[in-house]
Design a binder for this molecule. Structure first.
Ligand SMILES: *Cc1c(COP(=O)(O)O)cnc(C)c1O
Length: 390
């Protein structure tokens, strides 16, 4: 069987209703800085049982501002997993501090709590766990450690919208914590580009509101000088334009209504991969956190035999030639020239991350993937693994 169209590893699903809701806002008076932004925030808060939500221009901007409000000093360190998208660590650098890389749990790709303990020192201020692929990190243990050492947690939940941990959606449990989401088209719901921050602390919410909009406040109660008239506003610190538009938020509201259906489909696809690979000794699936439920942003398989690892490049290429958009998530942070330079790191420093990286291959998973397409992926993967195992 040959597939006619390219099957990517992930992509959006946009319905006619999604489109209609965007068009409606485009025809209204407010395409940015209007009422749809807070409507999206409210809907998100309800869905995630969050005290507040703040919509923002991207997941990266959300991470940046979440680190910025922690008021980090140049020598401060924030712990990040070695296997994540670079934006997780970049946010710490944007905020003027240093990321400290932590090795991963080889069975899940999530940050390793034991290695967190090894990496904590007197400069450590916070932890940014990433729920890798949508599978919740070991949050009880991470919160315990954060409490003991007085660290903040910024959850990078960009993979984890729709996931749960002990029956609860990802989100902060303590005043000091924030949780960050992305609405890039490969993520669970999309606004094109976009992101969200959820939190509990009112102080953080006010600070983030200002930072999202140039450091400006229009709230008379916050003015440092007296108002000169109705036009008056104050810039009180250096902020950014990290606003999201109303028509993006219209898409977000409409997509959020479909989240449960999206996650159910992703879990079904994951289940089918697991069943297909269960009796194979060539590819291994990641463990799901027994306390949680993954939302399967990614489906990562790990190649088992040494020969398969050394042949991953060809296997990858052959799958691409067959129209299957496999990916590798992720090149470990300490392999990036920028971080090698900044943090004086080298290959060998994070053995679990390196081992994981050598073996990982992400297979297509998204709501519109058909069973037929998935069967074609499974068949092609198993065929190539058998061909290159020796
Ligand atoms: C997608 C992603 C981001 C960044 O989100 P953008 O909306 O693309 O800026 C950050 N961290 C992780 C783990 C991601 O997967």
């Amino acid at each position: 069987m040959k597939s006619t169209r390219f099957i990517p590893y992930g992509k959006q699903s946009i319905s006619d209703r999604d489109i209609a809701s965007v068009v409606e806002v485009l025809k209204s008076d407010w395409i940015t800085q209007g009422p749809t932004v807070s409507k999206f925030e409210q809907a998100f808060s309800v869905k995630l049982k969050a005290p507040w939500s703040l919509a923002i221009s991207s997941g990266t901007a959300a991470l940046h501002l979440s680190c910025l409000v922690q008021e980090l000093k140049p020598q401060d360190e924030v712990l990040v997993p070695a296997v994540t998208f670079i934006a997780t660590a970049n946010a710490v650098v944007y905020a003027g501090a240093r990321p400290r890389i932590v090795d991963i749990d080889p069975k899940t790709g999530n940050i390793c709590a034991d290695d967190i303990l090894r990496k904590i020192n007197k400069r450590t201020r916070g932890i940014i766990p990433v729920h890798f692929g949508g599978n919740p990190a070991d949050m009880n243990r991470i919160r315990q450690i954060a409490n003991k050492y007085k660290l903040f947690i910024v959850e990078d939940s960009c993979h984890a919208l729709g996931a749960s941990y002990e029956g609860e959606p990802p989100g902060p449990r303590r005043e000091s914590d924030l949780s960050v989401f992305s609405f890039h088209p490969v993520k669970h719901i999309t606004t094109g580009e976009g992101g969200m921050i959820t939190g509990k602390s009112k102080r953080f919410r006010n600070a983030l509101l200002k930072l999202r909009n140039h450091g400006i406040t229009k709230n008379p109660g916050e003015f440092q000088n007296s108002s000169e008239g109705d036009w008056y506003y104050e810039q009180q610190e250096l902020g950014y334009n990290y606003r999201i538009t109303d028509f993006q938020c219209a898409l977000g509201i409409s997509q959020l209504k479909r989240l449960d259906e999206f996650v159910a489909k992703r879990r079904k696809i994951a289940e089918r991969y697991r069943r297909a690979f269960k009796n194979s000794d060539l590819i291994e699936c990641l463990d799901e956190n027994p306390k949680g439920k993954s939302s399967y942003h990614l489906f990562v398989g790990l190649l088992v035999l040494v020969n398969l690892r050394t042949n991953r490049k060809v296997i990858f290429q052959k799958l691409r030639e067959k129209g299957i958009g496999v990916q590798v998530h992720y090149i470990p942070l300490h392999f990036q020239p920028f971080y090698q330079d900044l943090l004086s790191l080298k290959a060998g420093d994070f053995p679990n991350a390196e081992n994981f990286y050598e073996r990982a291959i992400s297979l297509p998973i998204y709501p519109l993937l058909t069973e037929k397409e998935q069967d074609y992926v499974i068949e092609s993967v198993l065929e190539l693994l058998n061909k290159y195992k020796s």
